[in-house]
Design a protein. Structure first.
Length: 353
């Protein structure tokens, strides 16, 4: 064989080898990891948000903040569960805590239509306005009103557990976000790390101790899907809809329940509100073609007041732990209370399942 043929053959072998390796990677590391980046919540990733609302001590840098403003930042931080220094960072960047002489700070509006020490557009301020000093007025030029309004607005947009997102919503610029957070860190003497959770909170990793081993296994499967995508009609493993997640969680322990929410509603034994237990299904009058007697959305009880649920494609997260105490909650069922399931569970236990 000529050298030229040898080179061509070697090149072909290399291409085939590379192609085979690419096919193997999803198998070795998980398709979702290969296609979408990162391991996702399915591998147990979570964010510890327990310190998100902690109020740090004021650093030397904070002495430059007017005392009136500093007190208002701290008060609003306590009331809304936000680090006061985050509010101070915004106040610094926007108007130097009301000390700027630029148009729109003490009166009028700037070129973008914003006004007041926290620089609100009037429609935004009107929607979230707080009467902070209880004087019967909501004034965007009064820091006593503007600062708690800023706290309320940040809270609405996800702070303190989605801090970068909330600050970005305040002013749509990542440079702005970085500048605000750099000041927030200075005001806390560096003892501040903004929390940015994708909605998969480590506190939800704990399985309810009162649940049976079987229920804990069902819940563990559902919790492992947090952070994955919601796609209507999807049946896993990288995406689910509300009912397919429930079906798969029960199937993981050898129990078969119907595929759709409409079929799952009459399947389990009805349970009174207030008597629900981990592993029970909670149903909602939500979605097209649904009613109080024909609910179209379902989640699974994790603990009192909270469920694991595949919510929607625009929710954050798509799949996560959320409250089930909503106005559209119509009822609860317990599939495990069915007689045929009781028999199946006994058989599985005898088989060591």
């Amino acid at each position: 064989m000529s050298r030229r043929r040898l080179a061509v053959t070697a090149a072909l072998v290399a291409v085939v080898g590379l192609f085979s390796a690419l096919l193997v990677v999803p198998t070795l590391f998980g398709a979702s990891q290969f296609l979408f980046g990162g391991s996702g919540a399915g591998s147990g990733d979570c964010t510890d948000t327990s310190s998100a609302g902690v109020q740090p001590a004021a650093a030397t840098e904070a002495r430059a903040i007017p005392s009136t403003y500093l007190d208002l930042y701290k008060k609003a931080g306590q009331e809304y569960g936000l680090p006061w220094n985050l509010l101070a960072g915004i106040g610094k960047v926007e108007t130097d805590h009301g000390q700027s002489r630029s148009p729109g700070v003490s009166s009028g509006e700037n070129y973008a239509g914003a006004g007041g020490p926290m620089q609100f557009l009037k429609p935004t301020f009107d929607e979230f306005a707080v009467d902070g000093n209880k004087d019967g007025k909501k004034d965007r030029y009064d820091p006593a009103d503007a600062i708690p309004t800023a706290a309320k607005y940040l809270k609405h947009n996800g702070a303190p557990t989605r801090t970068r997102t909330a600050v970005f919503m305040y002013n749509h610029s990542w440079d702005y976000v970085n500048l605000v957070l750099s000041w927030a860190k200075k005001y806390a003497n560096g003892n501040y790390t903004p929390i940015q959770s994708d909605g998969v909170d480590c506190k939800d990793d704990d399985l309810p101790p009162e649940a049976t081993a079987l229920v804990q296994r069902i819940l563990a499967f559902a919790l492992a899907q947090r952070g994955k995508r919601y796609i209507f009609g999807a049946t896993g493993p990288d995406a689910w809809d509300c009912s397919s997640l429930i079906q798969a969680a029960y199937r993981s322990v050898g129990l078969s329940i119907p595929r759709t929410t409409f079929e799952q509603w009459p399947f389990g034994v009805k349970v009174k509100k207030g008597e629900e237990q981990p592993g029970d299904l909670v149903f909602f009058n939500s979605g097209p073609g649904t009613s109080s007697n024909n609910p179209g959305h379902v989640g699974m009880v994790l603990r009192k007041g909270m469920m694991v649920v595949a919510s929607c494609s625009t929710c954050s997260p798509n799949i996560g732990v959320k409250t089930y105490r909503r106005p559209d909650w119509v009822g609860t069922t317990r599939p495990l209370a069915r007689k045929d399931f009781q028999q199946k569970i006994t058989q599985l236990a005898a088989q060591g399942g």
